[in-house]
Design a protein around this ligand. Structure first.
Ligand code: NDP
Ligand code: DGY
Length: 322
C-alpha cells in the first residue's frame, strides 16, 4: 500500500509510519504548504493520506486520489478542512488528534487571554520605544479575571480545560453556549447554559473554543459584538471563520469592546497589512495553540497510528465518527 504525507511532520510520527512496514510513503518534505498541483498529483492512487489543517481535502482531491483511498488522517483535532459528506459517501475513514492537544491549547488560550486583558505586547513595546517614562497611576491599565464572568462558546474538551485553568484566578461565574446543555461538562464549573446573545451581554471575557461548523461560521458578528460590554475582552482559539473579522475590527476601533486576542484568523497567515494588525487592542498569534514540542510529537504519532490502523482495516486510536 502507498500513503501520501502532505507536510514535514515531527520525526517520531514519520518513524512510526516508516517502521511499521505497512505502506510505502511519499512525502511533501517541507515546512511550507504543498502547492495544490503537487497535492493533486501526490495523492493519485494512494491508499492513505496524512494531511494537515491547511490542506483543503475536497471533492477535487478525493477524485484525484481515486478509489484506492480508504483512510485520511489529519494532524489536527479540527476537521473543517475535510469535505466530510463527500468522504463519508466514499466510505473513507478519518482519523484525527483529539485530547492530546487539549492541555497545550488551553494553556495557550489562557496565555493569550492574559496577554490581551493585561496589555502585555503593548507594554513590552512601550518599554522598548521609550514610552515608559515613569510609573503612572492611569497608564497601561487593563482588566482582571478576579470576580469576572467568563463566557465560553463551546464547552468541549478545550473549553473545559480553559475553564479549569481560569477558575483559580477567581472567576465568579461561567456561562457557556453549545448545541445543547451539557450538564456533565458544566457541573465542575457550575457553568450556566445560556443563549449566545445572553453570553455576549453578560460576559467580561468571551472565549471561543467551539469547532467550526456551518452553525458556528460567523456567529461572532456585528450583532454579537454590539451586545458585548465596552469593557469586555474577546478571545478566539477555535477557527478564524467563527468570527466576522470586519465586524470585529469595527467593534475594536469604535470601542464597542475593549480588546481581542486571536490565535486563529481568516486567512492564515493574516496579511501583514491587515487592518486588525494596526490595532493596539488586538493581539494576534500565528495559530500556535498546540505548538509545544511534546504535543506536536504526540499528534504526529497518533496521526501515524490512525493512518496505519485505517490501512490495516483495524480500529483506529482516534477515529472521527462520520
Ligand atoms: P470538542 O468537540 O471537544 O468541542 C467542540 C465544542 O464546540 C463542543 O463543546 C460543541 O458543543 C461546540 N459547538 C458545536 N456547535 C456549536 C454551536 N453551534 N455553538 C456553540 N458551540 C458549539 O473539540 P475540542 O475542544 O477538542 O476542539 C475544539 C476546536 O478547537 C477544534 O475543532 C479546532 O477547530 C480548535 N483547535 C484550535 C487549536 C489552535 O491551535 N488554536 C488547537 C486545537 C483545536 P456541543 O457538543 O454542544 O455541540
Ligand atoms: C487543531 O488541531 O485543530 C489545531 O488547530 C492545530 O493543532
Amino acid at each position: 500500500m502507498q500513503a501520501f504525507v502532505t507536510r514535514r511532520i515531527p520525526r517520531e510520527g514519520l518513524a512510526a509510519l516508516s517502521q511499521a512496514g505497512v505502506c510505502s510513503i511519499q512525502q511533501w518534505d517541507s515546512d511550507e504548504p504543498i502547492p495544490r498541483s503537487e497535492l493533486l498529483a501526490g495523492v493519485a492512487g494512494k491508499h492513505g493520506l496524512l494531511c494537515v489543517l491547511s490542506d483543503q481535502i475536497d471533492k477535487e482531491v478525493l477524485d484525484a486520489a481515486g478509489s484506492n483511498l480508504k483512510t485520511i488522517s489529519t494532524l489536527s483535532v479540527g476537521v473543517d478542512h475535510l469535505a466530510l459528506e463527500e468522504i463519508k459517501k466514499r466510505g473513507i475513514r478519518v482519523g484525527y488528534t483529539p485530547d492530546i492537544l487539549t492541555d497545550a491549547t488551553a494553556e495557550l488560550s489562557v496565555a493569550l487571554l492574559l496577554a490581551t486583558c493585561r496589555r502585555l505586547p503593548e507594554s513590552v513595546e512601550e518599554v522598548k520605544n521609550g514610552g515608559w517614562t515613569t510609573w503612572k497611576p492611569l497608564w497601561m491599565c487593563g482588566y482582571g479575571l478576579s470576580g469576572s464572568t467568563v463566557g465560553i462558546i463551546g464547552l468541549g474538551r478545550i473549553g473545559q480545560a480553559v475553564a479549569r485553568r481560569l477558575k483559580p484566578f477567581g472567576v465568579k461565574k461561567f456561562l457557556y453556549t453549545g448545541s445543547r446543555p451539557k450538564p456533565e461538562n458544566a457541573v465542575e464549573f457550575q457553568a450556566e447554559f445560556v443563549p449566545l446573545a445572553k453570553l455576549a451581554e453578560e460576559s467580561d471575557f468571551v472565549v471561543v473554543t467551539c469547532s467550526l461548523t456551518p452553525d458556528t461560521k460567523g456567529v461572532c458578528n456585528k450583532d454579537f459584538f454590539s451586545r458585548m460590554k465596552k469593557t469586555s475582552v474577546f478571545i478566539n482559539t477555535s477557527r478564524g471563520a467563527v468570527v466576522n473579522q470586519e465586524d470585529l475590527y469595527q467593534a475594536l476601533v469604535s470601542g464597542q469592546i475593549a480588546a481581542a486576542g486571536l490565535d486563529v484568523t481568516t486567512p492564515e497567515p493574516l496579511p501583514t497589512d491587515h487592518p486588525l494588525l494596526s490595532l493596539k487592542n488586538c493581539v494576534i498569534l500565528p495559530h500556535i495553540g498546540s505548538a509545544t514540542y511534546a504535543t506536536r510529537s504526540a499528534m504526529s504519532v497518533l496521526a501515524a497510528n490512525n493512518l496505519l490502523a485505517g490501512l490495516k482495516e483495524e480500529s483506529m486510536p482516534s477515529e472521527l465518527q462520520l
